[in-house]
Ligand binder design. Structure first.
Ligand code: FAD
Length: 610
């Protein structure tokens, strides 16, 4: 019997969906579970799997077309039926039922089925494309790099009907989706799950006798998620008509870019060029990465087996997150940091609490300690440490997480004379390089404010959300929109250790050094009913307000899921909410967010639960 495939309802609110891409052609064999097509809802693009095996006999809805939930999408010949006959039958049927009134575009498959009587309107995107103003350049914007800076710039440019090309040498999604934010979070979640099972199962009334961890499955899950997201960017490029080339992009000069890949070399011209080449891990001087025993976070995400002993040099967010992952999974972890605290940019109270918790978990932390010497020895690495805790430490693997270096080698031809600063592209506070209409954003930049703006002390935060916002802002400005500058003093930052750390704005130490009159409200999660119910009472919310006006100057939180609490305070800051307004905003009960309301209340004596 032929099996009809209809538009699935992929969410409670979904009423229609668009077939973004067919992953199988008519006549091809299909197996149960294979991804037949990518379907876009109002919320996301998701794969649609086949529920029956057979031959894909007929595609009723071409790529790009939007149809109602329940509308026929395709037919699979599941038995001995002739797929050709099935196609003939279905192609001659009227197919108007279920086609959404806002149907967009008509792909090649629809042209191949001329008898289909779908009510197809012409694509708004296609119309807009015809209207795009022509310049003498090949593109309005060429973006080099497809990470959060580059892909966001390209997508926003496409949305604004710019003719845009994005050149990426490795993977769409850049470090963030492939080797950074997302795959690490998958590993952190799995580590936390294992740790909880090991240490807390009994308290939750769960008993088992044999806990086994399959490290390769943990790594595999994280890689699958990265791959899915990378493909998602490709779909968005298609949707917004972003042209995309794989290969090395090189700036030849203003308005000129060269693409080099295995097919050869192609030159393009563009009215604007956006450099978004990102950054990579910095080496420890004298100890080059070898990918096996002296590694970067990339290799740390795909190790062939769980290391018995791991040392991490550098206790910023990346170093601390990997310490969290590997100690949770059972490795013996040593962290070495030159500065006085873990997460040295965070408020001291937060760092000190994380140090105590790492200590409790058996992670060895060496603070104010320098790595004097790194020697490769049989089966691993020996570190000679000096400073507050001089020692010799032998490990199987050394992960170096001391910062990142801009990907600026060959980014511009020497003749282009692109100005660099400390291995980054030098830009002003408007992301302008020294070359006409050449802009740079994201991790590859070093920002330089005009002296009168006194922004000294705020180095460029190398974070995906910063890269994203810089991208959107620069493209919108190129398109002629007025946009406010980014407030670099209030960038949210998160570390996904267990417990998590989340912050925004100035630390207490910094404000005191500046002589600001401040009021601090601190509320411990130990006093939160919600935290107790979750069994996660470590940590606190610390809010710093201007003593006179109640302006929110700093947010410093440590605790389970505090990264999800931070956005409330980002918005509060953006809308210039005061201490009193945060207290007066009704926070739902029982939630961890009540700790924010209570912390604000502590400073002015209005906290109820403390
Ligand atoms: P990238 O993401 O590095 O993208 C640059 C892209 O440009 C790359 O794909 C590269 O292949 C390409 N490219 C470079 N040169 C060329 C060229 N010449 N031609 C063509 N293509 C080129 N940030 C957060 O906000 N939250 C987190 O939780 C977080 N976790 C992280 C965890 C780890 C382990 C790491 C390493 C980073 C993490 N980051 C996190 C930082 C975040 O990944 C970066 O800030 C973000 O990816 C920067 O975006 P970008 O587009 O500037 O650079």
């Amino acid at each position: 019997m032929p099996s009809e495939i209809t538009m699935p309802q992929l969410s409670d609110t979904m009423t229609e969906g668009t077939v973004v891409k067919w992953n199988k052609k008519e006549g091809e064999k299909v197996k149960v579970g294979e991804e037949l097509a990518d379907v876009e809802t109002d919320k996301a693009t998701m794969p649609m799997e086949a529920f029956e095996s057979g031959t894909l006999a007929f595609i009723a809805v071409p790529e790009g077309e939007k149809v109602k939930v329940g509308a026929l999408l395709a037919v699979i010949a599941t038995g001995k039926e002739d797929p050709g006959e099935i196609k003939k039958q279905y192609a001659s049927r009227p197919a108007s039922v279920g086609v959404a009134s806002a149907a967009v575009g008509r792909g090649p498959a629809a042209e191949a089925a001329p008898t289909m009587q779908t009510t197809v309107k012409s694509s708004p995107q296609a119309t807009a494309k015809a209207e795009k103003p022509k310049t003498s350049y090949n593109f309005d914007i060429v973006v080099i790099g497809g990470g959060p800076a580059g892909y966001a710039a390209a997508i926003r440019a496409g949305q604004l009907k710019k003719r845009v090309l994005c050149i990426e040498k490795e993977n769409l999604g850049g470090t963030c989706l492939n080797w950074g934010c997302i795959p690490t979070k998958a590993l952190l979640e799995d580590g936390a799950f294992v740790l909880k099972m090991r240490t807390e199962a009994a308290a939750h009334g769960v008993a088992f006798s044999d806990l086994r961890v399959d490290f390769s499955k943990i790594v595999g899950r994280s890689r699958t998620i990265a791959d899915k997201l990378k493909n998602g960017i490709g779909h968005l490029f298609k949707k917004y008509e972003v042209k995309h080339e794989m290969g090395m992009g090189q700036l030849l000069g203003p308005h000129q870019v060269r693409l080099t890949n295995k097919e050869g070399t192609k030159d393009f011209t563009a009215e604007h060029i956006v450099l978004a080449a990102g950054a990579r891990a910095t080496e420890l001087p004298g100890s080059p990465f070898d990918g096996q025993t002296i590694i970067t976070s990339r290799e740390a995400m795909t190790l062939p087996k769980l290391p018995k002993r791991l040392a991490i040099v550098g206790a910023g967010a990346i170093g601390c997150e990997f310490a969290d992952i590997y100690s949770a999974l059972g490795s013996e972890v040593t962290v070495v940091e030159m500065l006085p605290h873990l997460l040295p940019n965070e408020d001291e109270d937060v760092s000190i609490m994380l140090e105590r918790i790492f200590n409790r978990r058996g992670i060895k932390v060496f603070l104010k300690t320098k790595t004097e010497k790194v020697e490769k020895i049989s089966g691993g690495v020996r570190l000679t440490l000096s400073g507050e805790k001089p020692a010799t430490v032998e490990v199987d693997i050394l992960l170096v997480a001391i910062g990142v270096t801009g990907n600026v080698e060959n980014l511009a031809a020497p003749a282009a004379k692109l100005e660099l600063f400390k291995n980054r592209v030098k830009v002003d506070d408007k992301y302008k390089t020294n070359l006409e209409n050449v802009w740079a954003i994201g991790d590859c930049i070093s920002m330089h404010w005009p002296e009168q703006m006194a922004m000294g002390g705020y180095r460029h935060p190398d974070l995906a959300h910063v890269a994203h916002h810089e991208a959107v802002l620069i493209v919108e400005r190129i398109a002629g929109h007025e946009r406010e500058d980014i407030d670099y003093k209030n960038i949210p930052a998160c570390t996904y250790t267990h417990p998590q750390v989340a912050s925004m704005g100035a630390t207490e130490k910094k404000l005191r050094e500046q002589g600001r009159e401040i009021r601090i409200g601190k509320f411990p999660f130990a006093a939160s009913g919600r935290a107790m119910a979750s069994g996660e009472t470590d940590g606190f919310v610390k809010l710093i307000f201007d003593a006179k006006f109640g302006e929110l100057l700093g947010v410093h939180m440590i605790g389970e899921n505090v990264t999800e609490l931070l956005s409330e305070l980002v918005l509060a800051r953006k809308l210039e909410a005061t201490e009193e307004e945060i207290i007066d905003a009704i926070h739902p009960h029982p939630t961890l967010s009540e700790a924010i309301m209570e912390a604000a209340g502590v400073g002015v004596g209005r906290a109820i639960h403390l």
